[in-house]
Design a protein around this ligand. Sequence first.
Ligand SMILES: Nc1ncnc2c1ncn2[C@@H]1O[C@H](COP(=O)(O)OP(=O)(O)OP(=O)(O)O)[C@@H](O)[C@H]1O
Ligand SMILES: [Mg+2]
Length: 280
Amino acid sequence: MSTDATNNDSQGKLVCIFGAAGGVGASTVAANLAVSLQQGHSARSVAVVDTTLTGGDLPLMLGMALGAGLRALPTDPQRVDEALLMNAQATHRSGVQLLHLGQSSPLRPVAEPAVLVRTLELMARWHDWVVVDCGCATERVTHTVIPHASTMLLVATLALPAAQRAKQWVQWLIDTGVPSGKLVAVMNRCREDEAAYRRQLQSLLPCRVGAYLPDSPELARESLIEGVPLVATQPRSTLAHGYAELASSLSGQSMGASDRKAEGVFQRVHARFMGTRHAA
Ligand SMILES: Nc1ncnc2c1ncn2[C@@H]1O[C@H](COP(=O)(O)OP(=O)(O)OP(=O)(O)O)[C@@H](O)[C@H]1O
Ligand SMILES: [Mg+2]
């Protein structure tokens, strides 16, 4: 799979999500973004891939059985085929397809890069959107998928050291040749008293900030306990709006033919979102 291939209109868009540090909310963003993309356009085919090989957190966040997924990950990319992946995918009630590469060992065996690339190549053939939870940016998987990503979402918080790491990761990615237009920072768990940090960060980060998501511990906890993403349980909450707007802004970056008729409407929503963001 080449970078061009994933940017081709006949291929689905690969949105890779990684955290600037552990525990900043990357998996929560992945689950909610996937469901939001599906809710925004029911005819779309959306998949979410959990690359974390310990079984992953996405089944928990989506309220799905751990049984789904690849229990035994092949080491030979030739053995990754349609039948294997189709059997391993499970359908969430939103319509999103979940694929996790989970194995039960907590020792974190690593997917062979070629196996992962082959998996994502096939997924991008079948789905309009493939949201990939890559875990923390330090994981090897992150660096395997970077060349194939249509968009990379770097999740961080305004708190140190995650904010400092976000800046370092963005700069490093740009220095290694990733176009800054492919990079979108998502600042999670923002509090109102951190407004000054937002302004500072905006001038320091050499990529756009796609969302400032509010810190909503109670809603996040309830959503985890229920195993239902917040965009489904609390669609009117500020946090769910943040996920939905992020999904809208990504859709607008890469509209397929079927979406073009909605372009005018989308542009108005997107403009409003960007206006809100800059005013924040
Ligand atoms: N906006 C938010 N407000 C409050 N809590 C949140 C928010 N986003 C995520 N959380 C909570 O933060 C915790 C960590 O989230 P999550 O598992 O998504 O992080 P992660 O970056 O994927 O972690 P890991 O590095 O372990 O993969 C969870 O308890 C989640 O409910
Ligand atoms: Mg995670």
